[in-house]
Structures are given as C-alpha cells and as structure tokens.
Design a binder for this molecule. Structure first.
Ligand code: PTJ
Length: 265
C-alpha cells in the first residue's frame, strides 16, 4: 500500500482503491509493472463504458457461465492482475463450475507463480495447476512464456477462461479447437475479437456476477445452458458493446457542445 489516504467522498474513490490494490500486489510481486500499465488501458475503456456492466456484458456473462457449466473440462487461467483483483471470485467460480485453476503468466517467474498460488490457496483453492515444472506442455505456434501450460489443465481443456489476456494466446487456443472466454474492457483487442465469448467489462464487476449467474444456471440445468449458448452471437455482442461506447462518447460531445454554446451566448 502507498501512504495515501483516499477520502471516502472522493468522486473517484473506488477507482483509486482498485489502483491501491494493484500497487499492494505489485509490492508483493504478484502484479508485474506492465500489469499496472495494462490496468490504465483498461480504465480508459471503462470510462467509455460508463463504468458499469452493460446489457451486452450481462449477456456475455450469462453465456460464459453456461459454457463453463457445460464444459467437459474447463480451466480458469490466472495472471497477476486477475489474482490481485479477483482471486476470491475466481476460486468461487471454480467451485461452482468445477473448473480447474491454472496460473499462466506472460512475465513468468517461479517466485510470481508461487506468490499467486499462495494467494489463490488463501482464497480457498484446493489445487492450483501450472506451477513450475508442472507446466510441461506447450501451446504450438506461441513463442511467449504463456505457451507453457499444464497437461492436466489448459492443454486438456475444452473451455478456457482468460481474463485480461495479452493477445496471441487466445488465437492459438482457438486454433487448438478450444473455446475461449475472455474478460477484456477493450472490445477492439485481438483477444476480444478472437475469443468465443467476450465479456467487455471490468473484472472487478464481471467476476462476482459470473459467480452469481453460474450458481443460478447450475440449478436450471444443462438444457437451459445449451439454449443460452445457441442464442449467443459474440460478434453481434461485441458490436453492441462498441456501439454503446460510441453512444456514450456522442452524449459527452453533445453536453460539451451545449456547455460551449451556453458559455458563448
Ligand atoms: O501477469 P502477467 O505476467 O501474465 O501479465 C499480465 C498483463 C496484464 C501485463 C499482460 O497480460 C498484458 O500485457 O496484457 P495487455 O496486452 O495489456 O492486455 C490486457 C487487457 O486487459 C487490455 O485489453 C486491457 O484493456 C484489459 N484490462 C485491463 N484492466 C482490466 C482489463 N479488462 C478487464 N478488467 C480490468 N480490470
């Protein structure tokens, strides 16, 4: 933590607390320096979304929950930012959907893997895959450290949840015939565009909702899940997210124009 006290009535208090959380986990070696930059990019897109879970995001969350629940082997891939921002929800989601949890890092080091494993175990995880030598398999055509995966986890999975992804891995996983669920505030990113289901939302808001929806759908059964998946169209959903951002920008531009006109009359 930094020494800064965030006033409770600060208009951006929540956003500042999230930053503090990331800095705290950066100090613990969980979040990488680049992860702080990645968060800044996410914040910019979150502004355009109005910092709320939109209708298209809710639809994608429902479909993601349905896909996780009907998977033969689902795996939740965890990086530094995800661990810092949503470890408890990730563990809950794995319990509800019976998905495995695997640590998979772009900036891989054994120390970071262990620190993230510990954080997840403290949040209630029984087993964390992908640590050290256990990540002995390789995703073909991928040169980053993300290529190293656990043969009992991502390699064997039919569905992989990849929050805050860094690009080319989603494409590689899709080429391996896996279904990929992305959580990414940037609907234009390669990950967002290539994923099977893209949740354009902040992981802080999306992860608890994903848990709740999965709990509900689990009770409703596999048939309901399959129906939801049949009706979902990721490209259409992404287009709706981008349109919402465009409309929010137009509103801001109109207000700005009105303000200008009032001022100069
Ligand atoms: O922990 P490591 O070593 O695996 O490294 C992780 C990072 C995040 C550094 C790495 O994956 C990376 O560089 O990611 P990118 O390419 O910056 O992509 C991250 C994406 O996540 C961007 O499209 C951001 O807009 C988005 N993003 C950032 N913060 C959030 C987010 N999406 C949802 N919720 C957020 N809080």
């Amino acid at each position: 933590m930094t020494d800064v006290k965030i006033p409770l009535d600060h208009p951006r208090a929540e956003s500042l607390r999230t930053r503090e959380r990331l800095i705290e986990h950066w100090n613990k070696g969980i979040v990488t320096t680049s992860g702080l930059i990645a968060h800044g990019r996410g914040e910019a897109f979150d502004y355009l979304l109005g910092e709320e879970t939109t209708e298209p995001a809710l639809k994608a969350i429902e479909s993601a929950a349905a896909m996780l629940l009907t998977a033969e082997k689902a795996v939740i891939s965890v990086n530094g930012n995800t661990a810092a921002l949503a470890s408890e929800e990730i563990v809950k989601l794995s319990q509800v959907t019976k998905a495995s949890i695997e640590v998979n890092l772009f900036y891989r080091s054994f120390e970071r893997e262990l620190a993230i494993q510990k954080l997840l175990e403290n949040a209630g995880a029984h087993e964390v895959l992908g640590i050290g030598e256990k990540a002995s398999a390789t995703i073909p055509e991928l040169n980053s450290e993300r290529r190293r995966v656990d043969p009992r986890g991502i390699l064997a999975a039919d569905v992989v949840l990849v929050p805050l992804e860094d690009g080319d891995r989603t494409e590689a996983l899709v080429k391996m015939d896996k279904k990929v669920i992305a959580i990414d505030l940037n609907p234009l990113s390669r990950t967002a565009q290539k994923a099977t289901i893209t949740i354009v939302d902040n992981i802080i808001r999306a992860a608890p909702k994903l848990v709740k929806v999965a709990e509900r759908l689990k009770k409703q059964g596999a048939e309901k899940c399959e129906q939801i998946l049949l009706e979902f169209d990721n490209k259409k959903n992404l287009a709706q997210a981008i349109t919402l951002m465009k409309e929010n920008l137009s509103k801001i531009a109109e207000e700005s124009q009105k303000h200008h006109e009032r001022w100069w009359k």
